[in-house]
Design a binder for this molecule. Structure first.
Ligand code: ZN
Ligand code: ZN
Length: 58
């Protein structure tokens, strides 16, 4: 499956693919990888959100 997304590393639209989900998201997996440079993006989440900023206050 290929989807065209704006790649932050390529600074332009590139074909993105899902080589395989490791987190059992299934068909709803939000993770896409740029075919041109290999960078991963997560749809619906910022890269900052993946760093679990909610644990900062603990
Ligand atoms: Zn790219
Ligand atoms: Zn996934």
């Amino acid at each position: 499956m290929t989807r065209y997304l704006d790649c932050p590393a390529c600074a332009g639209e590139q074909p993105f693919e899902q080589p395989g989900c490791l987190d059992h998201h299934g068909v709803d997996c939000p993770e896409w990888f740029c075919s041109a440079c290999g960078v991963a993006v997560v749809l619906g989440y910022s890269s900052i959100a993946r760093r679990r900023i909610t644990t900062v206050a603990a």
